[in-house]
Design a protein around this ligand. Structure first.
Ligand code: HEM
Length: 410
């Protein structure tokens, strides 16, 4: 292929990946970008698209890669007047050192392996209840929507349990949080959506304020009690405590939801691997990692270079927008031989699905535990798992999973 052809193919990929609706199968587009260059500069986009595994891993750890300026580059004018955008601009994922280091340190004191182990019995109980409901609804042979019944509500239920948000408020909070997260990406939303996001953010804040007050009076073992305690001890400004708690609340929703829906669909497409997993329960931890690699739930993240950076064969000056395409990195054949193939027993090293460096996913252990309980229980409860009709992929850019996935289960 000539250089011109490679660039033409890469630019077509840029358009396909950045214009909603997102293509159901984005992977050929990442491959096209990588063929042109694992660190590809798009003139029309005025940004770099990084799809090489080694390059994404290296970039995530470089000091000259800012998250704050990334958010600044994406935010709209007058953002300070909007409650929803102000709160997002203090979220862990948009901060840089020293603020990020400080707040992440506080969150890590509370979001510990022991705290996650504490909720394991509840997670096992929730999975049992969800599967009972699925079995009951599916018993007449009618298709059931996995997203509605499991993939969407289960992660919300788990984070409520962990934080100590009363279960009956969970789905209300979920709706408010969905209004809020709609304005997280660039300027890709209407004025009405922004107004709704502001209104819902105020409501969410009020609920959390009430919960903070309650935990100050009656501390429990939950994470909100822990956050209030470490926040008060370190004189954390109230807005930062709010941003920390609300971001922890929402960060695991869509991500884990996508892993569940995309993971189950991928298994139905690879029946030999599904059978293998049923025969070999010992492969569960690796199988979950392979599902994350193969169908990366969040397609990527972005940074802005805060100084000169050398990445791949590029010398990148300060002030450049750089997309770290973790989904592309996870299908890089230089790291994962035969990358489009699902191999549950693969042993090619860690995937890039949880990011890397100082912003490495804080909830990775929780996401792993949720899915390591759910998947084996689901595939062993039903000997027949078949997709019914046309599944509906999510259309929002950057998220890889289903809006609706109807299954026949027996
Ligand atoms: C399969 C599920 C999940 C995936 C694929 C995922 C992926 C990611 C990725 C790629 C990042 C890095 C973003 C960046 O570098 O800009 C991240 C950050 C984060 N994730 Fe997850 N995540 C998942 C589940 C969760 C869960 C269950 C929680 C629980 C609360 C969570 C909490 C966070 C937090 C707090 C951060 C920000 C960390 C920081 O900026 O220091 N995630 N996640």
């Amino acid at each position: 292929m000539s250089t011109d052809d490679l660039i033409q193919e890469a630019e077509a990929a840029v358009v396909a990946l950045s214009t909603p609706p997102q293509p159901p199968d984005p992977y050929p587009h990442y491959a096209a970008l990588r063929r042109a260059n694992p660190v590809y500069y798009s003139e029309p986009l005025q940004a770099y698209a990084v799809t090489g595994y080694a390059e994404v891993a290296a970039a995530a750890k470089m000091p000259n890669m800012g998250n704050g300026p990334r958010a600044a580059a994406m935010r709209r004018q007058g953002w300070e007047d909007h409650e929803s955008l102000r709160l997002f601009m203090r979220a862990l994922v948009t901060l840089d050192p020293p603020d990020h280091t400080h707040l992440r340190g506080l969150a890590s004191k509370v979001f510990t392996p022991a705290a996650i182990r504490r909720v394991q019995p509840s997670i096992e109980r929730m999975v049992g209840q969800r599967l009972d409901e699925l079995a009951e609804r599916a018993s007449g042979g009618e298709p059931v929507d996995l997203v509605e019944l499991v993939a969407s509500p289960f992660p919300v239920q788990v984070i409520c349990e962990l934080l100590g948000v009363p279960a009956e408020q969970g789905m209300l909070f979920y709706d408010l949080a969905n209004d809020w997260t709609r304005v997280w990406g660039g300027g890709n939303y209407s004025d009405e959506e922004l107004a709704k996001a502001d209104e819902s953010t105020v409501e969410l804040r009020n609920y959390f304020d009430a919960l903070f007050a309650d935990r100050r009076r009656k501390p429990g073992e939950d994470l909100l009690s822990g956050l209030v305690k470490v926040g008060d001890e370190s004189r954390l400004p109230p807005d930062d405590l709010m941003a920390l708690a609300t971001f922890l609340f929402v960060a695991g929703f869509e991500t884990t939801t996508n892993l569940i829906s995309c993971g189950v669909w991928t298994l139905t497409e690879n029946p030999d691997q599904l059978d293998l997993w049923r025969e070999r329960p010992d492969i569960t931890p690796g199988a979950i990692e392979e599902l994350i690699r193969h169908g990366t739930p969040i397609s990527g993240t972005a940074r802005v270079s805060t100084g000169p950076v050398r990445l791949g064969d590029k010398e990148i000056p300060a002030g450049q927008l750089i997309f770290l395409m973790t989904a592309g990195a996870n299908r890089d054949p230089r790291q994962f031989p035969d990358p489009d193939k699902l191999i549950l027993t693969r042993d090619d090293g860690p995937h890039a699905g949880f990011g890397g460096g100082p912003h490495y996913c804080l909830g990775a252990a929780l996401a792993r535990m949720e899915t390591q309980v759910l998947f084996p229980a689901l595939i062993n409860r039903f000997s027949v798992i078949e997709v019914a009709g046309e599944p509906q992929w999510r259309t929002a850019t950057g998220l890889h999973g289903f809006e609706k996935l109807e299954l026949v289960l027996k």
